[in-house]
Design a protein around this ligand. Structure first.
Ligand SMILES: [Ca+2]
Ligand SMILES: [Ca+2]
Length: 626
C-alpha cells in the first residue's frame, strides 16, 4: 500500500511539474526548473532500444526516449531509407515514443536530432547488420531443459557479487539474499551439463533487479535491456549463448511482462498514469487464473486477477497502453537477435493482457518461425491449461498462439503418486486428458521447479520412487525440465531460499564439490548415473524426438507405455509395486508386434518377454525393441 501511494505521489509530482514547465513557465516557478528548462540543450538520458537491426521482417521500430521535458523538443532523423513515422508523447513530457520506418534502411548510424529553440542534442541510432550467430532454433522433445537460478548455482566471478550502483549487497548467510552466483558460473559448467545430458539451459531472469530485498530471483526487473551487474554483463550472457551453441546446446531466456520491480525508472517517473494498474488501495491479484477462462466468472474477479499486483514491490504493467505493449514486445526480440537465444519462458503468462500476449507470440514467430515460447501457466488442471495453448477452441472466441504451456497437471499427478503412495494410475489418468490439447508434445513437463518443493523431498527421500519418476519424466510426451541440483538429490522445500539453496561446489571454499564424482555420495552418484544414462540415451532417440505416446491402463501398479515413430519403438514399463510383477504381454501386441526381446537402456541388459514379462519391484524398464 505504501509503495503504491508513493507511486501515485510521484506521478502527481511529475504531472504538476510538467504542467508548470510547459504551459505556465513564466509564473511561480521553482527556481531550479525555470533556469534549467530555458538554458539547457534537450536532455536525452535513455533511448530504448539503444540500437536495432536492419533487415528485420517488421518494418518499424519504436524508440522510447527519456529526458527531462523531452516532449518539448522536435525530433528529426537523417539517413537513407529511414524516416520518422510519428512522435508520440503521453501525459509525462519526460518521455517520447518515436516510430521509425526502417523498411529500406541498411546497417549504419542514423543521427536523431532533438531540437528545442536553437539548442540541439544528437543521438546516434545504430542499425546493426543481422546477427549471424542467432539461431532461434526452438526446442523439441529430444531436448531437456536444466533450470538454473544463477545466483544459487556457481559463483564464477566473486568480484561482481556486490555493486556500488545496486542496492542489495551479497550476503551468503541470508537464505533470501544474494549469494553471488552468476552467468560466468553457468558458462563454466556447460561441459558438466553437456556431460550430464541436458541439452538446454534456462536461467531465471538475469536482467537487473535493483531492489532492496529479494533481488536474487530476478522476477522484479528494473531494466529490460541490461543484465544485472551482479550476474554479469550483456556480453557475458551473449558469450554464454555462443558457448552453449558451440556444444550443441540451447538457451532459454526467462522474461516477465506482467510486472516490474518498483525500483524501475518507470516508478520514479511514470510515462503515463495508465502505465501501471493503479488502485485506490493496494490490491493484490487473486491468483485465480481459472477465472479468465470461466464463462461464469464475474468481471470483478477477472479484473483483480489481471490487474491486481503480484506483490507489493511488483507493480502490475498495463498492457492496454499500446506504447508499453510495443516496448515489451520489442525488448524480447532485441534479446533474441542480440544474444541468439533459442527460446523464452514467459513468467506469469495468464496475468498479462491475454490478447496482447497472443500478439506478442505471433510477432516473435513472424521474425523467428522456429522459436520456442513456453508460458508459465500454473493452473490446476488440463481443462484450464488448454485454454492458453494454441490449437484449442475456446468458445469465448479467445485465440491463443502459445504453443507450449507449463504442464502443472503432470507435475501434480507425479506428486500425488509419490508424495503419499497413491496409485500410479494418477499419472495415467492425467495423460488421458491430452485430448484437450491439439498436441501435447510441446508441453513443458517437470517433477519440480524453483517455486515448489523439491521432488526428492516430496517423495520422502525415497530413491526408488525418485528413479521411477525420473524414468517417467524423461520418456513420456513433452519437453522435460530438470531443476538444478536434482541430479544430486537436493531435497529441500518449504522456504524458497531453501529450495533454491546453493549448489555445493559452486563457491570457492565449499565443503565439497558435487560437480565431481568424488564430491558426491554413493547414493548421489547412483542417482546421478541413472539420470545421466537416460538423458544421454534420449538425445538421439527418434521415438523420443518424434514418436507418439500410447499407454495402457495400469494393473497392480504396473504402468506401461510406448513411444513409437517410423524408425523406433521404445516400450516403457514402470513397476510401482513393492513386489516383483509378472504379467502377460498380449495386450501390448499392437506395439510389440511379435517381438519378444529388447534392450533396457538403463541396465543395458536384454529383456525377454516371450508371452510373459517379469519386472522387479520398484523398477523402470526403458526397452528399445529389437
Ligand atoms: Ca559473482
Ligand atoms: Ca497483470
Amino acid at each position: 500500500m505504501k509503495l503504491l501511494k508513493t507511486g501515485v505521489a510521484l506521478l502527481s509530482a511529475v504531472l504538476m511539474a510538467s504542467t508548470v514547465s510547459v504551459a505556465d513557465h513564466e509564473v511561480n516557478l521553482p527556481e531550479k526548473t525555470s533556469v534549467v528548462k530555458k538554458a539547457k540543450k534537450p536532455v536525452v538520458d535513455l533511448v530504448e532500444p539503444a540500437f536495432w537491426w536492419a533487415g528485420m521482417k517488421s518494418s518499424t521500430v519504436m524508440l522510447t526516449v527519456h529526458g527531462e521535458n523531452i516532449a518539448a523538443a522536435k525530433a528529426t532523423i537523417e539517413g537513407e531509407g529511414i524516416s520518422i513515422k510519428a512522435v508520440n508523447s503521453l501525459d509525462n513530457p519526460n518521455y517520447v515514443f518515436i516510430d521509425l520506418d526502417i523498411k529500406d534502411a541498411k546497417a549504419g548510424s542514423y543521427p536523431i536530432t532533438f531540437t528545442e529553440g536553437k539548442k540541439k542534442t544528437v543521438y546516434n541510432f545504430e542499425l546493426k547488420a543481422r546477427n549471424s550467430e542467432t539461431k532461434a532454433q526452438g526446442l523439441n522433445q529430444s531436448d531437456v531443459m536444466y533450470l538454473i537460478m544463477p545466483d544459487r548455482f556457481v559463483n564464477g566471478n566473486p568480484d561482481n557479487d556486490s555493486q556500488e550502483s545496486l542496492v542489495q549487497k551479497a550476503d551468503r548467510s541470508d537464505r533470501g539474499g544474494r549469494h553471488g552466483g552468476d552467468i560466468a558460473g553457468v558458462t563454466s559448467k556447460l561441459d558438466y551439463l553437456n556431460d550430464l545430458g541436458v541439452t538446454t539451459v534456462w536461467l531465471t531472469p538475469f536482467l537487473e533487479n535493483n531492489q532492496p530485498g529479494w533481488s536474487y530471483h530476478g522476477y522484479a526487473i528494473t531494466d529490460f535491456y541490461h543484465a544485472d551487474a551482479r550476474h554479469g554483463s550483456n556480453a557475458e550472457y551473449k558469450n554464454m549463448v555462443t558457448q552453449a551453441h558451440s556444444k550443441d546446446m540451447k538457451v532459454v531466456m526467462d522474461l516477465v511482462f506482467n510486472h516490474i520491480g518498483n525500483g524501475h525508472l518507470w516508478m520514479k517517473d511514470l510515462p503515463s498514469e495508465d502505465w501501471i494498474h493503479q488502485w485506490e488501495e493496494f490490491t493484490k491479484t487473486n491468483y485465480k487464473g481459472e477465472a479468465l477462462s470461466d464463462p461464469n466468472a464475474s468481471d470483478y474477479d477477472k479484473k483483480i486477477m489481471s490487474n491486481g499486483w503480484f506483490d507489493g514491490h511488483m507493480p502490475d504493467l498495463n498492457q492496454d497502453n499500446p506504447y508499453l505493449a510495443k516496448y515489451l514486445m520489442q525488448a524480447s526480440v532485441w534479446w533474441i537477435e542480440y544474444a541468439g537465444i533459442d527460446g523464452i519462458r514467459m513468467d506469469t503468462y495468464p496475468y498479462n493482457k491475454k490478447e496482447m500476449m497472443s500478439e506478442w507470440v505471433s510477432y516473435v514467430l513472424n521474425e523467428y518461425p522456429d522459436f520456442y515460447i513456453v508460458g508459465e501457466t500454473w493452473l490446476p488442471g488440463a481443462t484450464w491449461e488448454s485454454y492458453w495453448k494454441a490449437g484449442g477452441k475456446n468458445n469465448d472466441g479467445f485465440v491463443t498462439t502459445l504453443k507450449s504451456i507449463s504442464d502443472f497437471p503432470v507435475w501434480d499427478a507425479v506428486n500425488r503418486t509419490w508424495r503419499n503412495d497413491w496409485s500410479i494410475t494418477e499419472i495415467y489418468k492425467t495423460l488421458t486428458e491430452d485430448f484437450l490439447y491439439d498436441d501435447a508434445s510441446q508441453n513443458k513437463i517437470f517433477l519440480d521447479n524453483h517455486d515448489v518443493d523439491r521432488a526428492f523431498g516430496v517423495f520422502k527421500k525415497d530413491v526408488e520412487n525418485m528413479k521411477l519418476a525420473t524414468a517417467f519424466l524423461l520418456t513420456t510426451r513433452g519437453i522435460p525440465q530438470i531443476f538444478y541440483g536434482t541430479e544430486i538429490l537436493m531435497s529441500k522445500g518449504g522456504d524458497h531460499g531453501d529450495l533454491r539453496e546453493d549448489f555445493p561446489g559452486g563457491w570457492e571454499g565449499d565443503k565439497r564439490d558435487a560437480f565431481t564424482e568424488a564430491g558426491r555420495s554413493e547414493e548421489e552418484n547412483d542417482y546421478f548415473n541413472y539420470m545421466r544414462t537416460i538423458l544421454q540415451w534420449r538425445r538421439s532417440s527418434d521415438a523420443i524426438e518424434n514418436g507418439k505416446l500410447k499407454h495402457w491402463v495400469p494393473f497392480n501398479e504396473v504402468y506401461a507405455y510406448a513411444r513409437y515413430s517410423d524408425k523406433q519403438t521404445v516400450f516403457v514399463v514402470l513397476n510401482n509395486n513393492k513386489e516383483d510383477q509378472t504379467f502377460d504381454v498380449k495386450r501390448f501386441e499392437e506395439v510389440l508386434k511379435g517381438k519378444t526381446s529388447g534392450k533396457d537402456i538403463i541396465s543395458g541388459k536384454t529383456i525377454t518377454f516371450d508371452g510373459k514379462m517379469t519386472i522387479p519391484a520398484k523398477t523402470a524398464y526403458i526397452i528399445e525393441l529389437k
